[in-house]
Design a protein around this ligand. Structure first.
Ligand SMILES: Nc1ncnc2c1ncn2[C@@H]1O[C@H](COP(=O)(O)OP(=O)(O)O)[C@@H](O)[C@H]1O
Ligand SMILES: [Mg+2]
Length: 377
């Protein structure tokens, strides 16, 4: 293939995306600069990705809409809870990356943790629970405190409860028990880490460095990238975990793995079969963003370098927006706004900030956190 043919193979290639939220919007921004055409399918008319590609407004199972997406060169998804049936229907007609089998594993916390266990990846203790008597029996083995979660459809800490007493268990089962559940031991972790990696259709793998994540009320607030003070052993363990998962799931695209660090050991919490909030820092903080690398991977293009450029932090904007002028006055701060109406608990944007050293970074993060806190009022 000569250079001209190589370029024309990318220019105008069409990527279909199931879901059109902020992840789709950021995929679209990366795709546009590569000369790609993006087409999104989402049931919501005013979705964030509408600004960066064509938006088909229809249910995920809509036959006409799926037929239109099937005309793309490759299809992917940015929303983890798209119906597997829709992905399978597309797979019969067009290349879909990642595939439906990886999606199926990630959609069910029990399958996901069983997969980790089968690969020798450490997890919190867990058991499937589908009745009060099963919950009582699981609690007698796992003990309190514990975390009860719906197996499917949970996100941002929704669909789960921390159990500290039998009364908590009864109340949580009352609230969540109409769906299949999983009980997990409560992990007294020192910190939460995650690793984002990407595997291309040709089998090439690239991994971003481990990052440190801070959640409150089950929602990600802040990511520090790279995670400070990571031992070589932890980075190596995380690399091995994600490599095993990429191979086991025959995976193509970006995969994220959330981890708990406990006494120098890493336990796997969950995977996300898509670009991930703990990878947003890569837009300004890494040589190649997770969004660009996801597109490169699913199109079979060479992957971009995943090294961090400098110490960096990502702060989510949840439910409220700080004053943009004040944010942009912080040196090397970058504002990403998703075009969503602010609502309590809703991710409406994020800020990435870089600094030449960690002391300066901490100072800038503190200033931005102050601005975010004052906009929450
Ligand atoms: N077994 C556990 N022990 C301690 N904390 C947990 C446990 N499971 C979840 N959490 C906390 O709740 C957050 C959200 O849970 P997670 O399973 O990642 O669900 P979600 O799909 O909502 O992100 C985690 O990031 C962590 O802070
Ligand atoms: Mg999570």
């Amino acid at each position: 293939m000569n250079d001209r043919q190589a370029i024309s193979a990318i220019l105008g290639a069409r990527v279909g995306v199931l879901g059109a939220g902020q992840l789709g919007r950021m995929l679209g921004l990366a795709g546009r600069s590569l000369g790609l055409e993006l087409q999104f399918l989402d049931p919501t008319a005013d979705s964030p990705a509408a600004a960066v590609g064509e938006l088909l407004v229809a249910d995920y199972g809509d036959e006409h809409a799926l037929a239109r997406l099937a005309a793309a060169d490759v299809v992917t998804f940015e929303f983890e809870n798209v119906p597997v049936a829709a992905v399978k229907a597309l797979e019969a007609r067009v290349r879909v990356f990642p595939g439906s089998s990886a999606l199926e594993v990630a959609q069910d916390r029990l399958h996901e943790k069983t997969c980790f266990r089968g690969l020798g990846i450490g997890t919190p203790p867990f058991e499937a629970v589908s009745s009060w008597s099963e919950l009582a029996a699981a609690l007698s083995r796992i003990g309190l405190p514990a975390v009860l979660k719906t197996r499917r459809f949970g996100y941002d800490g929704k669909g789960q409860a921390v159990l500290r007493s039998e009364a908590d268990a009864r109340a949580a089962f009352e609230r969540l028990g109409s769906a299949p559940l999983i009980l997990e031991g409560f992990v007294k972790f020192q910190r939460e880490l995650s690793i984002v990696a990407v595997r291309s259709a040709s089998g090439e793998i690239a991994r971003y460095p481990l990052v440190q994540n801070h959640h409150s009320d089950g929602i990600l607030r802040k990511t520090m990238a790279p995670a400070p003070d990571v031992s070589a052993a932890s980075q190596q363990a995380a690399n091995q975990y994600i490599d095993k998962l990429l191979a086991e799931l025959d995976y193509v695209g970006v995969l994220a793995l959330e981890l708990f660090e406990v006494d120098g050991q890493l336990l796997a919490n969950e995977i996300a079969p898509r670009v991930h909030n703990t990878g947003h820092w890569t837009i300004e903080g890494a040589v190649t963003s997770q969004f660009e690398n996801h597109l490169r991977a699913i199109l079979g293009l060479p992957l971009g370098i995943t090294d961090a450029i400098s110490p960096c932090a990502m702060l989510n904007l949840i439910g409220a927006a700080p004053d943009a002028r004040a944010v942009l006055a912080v040196p090397d701060a970058h504002l990403h706004w998703y075009g969503k109406a602010p609502r309590p608990g809703r991710k409406v944007g994020h800020i990435t900030v870089r600094a030449p050293d960690t002391a300066t970074l901490e100072h800038r993060v503190a200033e931005l956190e102050r601005l975010i806190a004052s906009s929450d009022k």
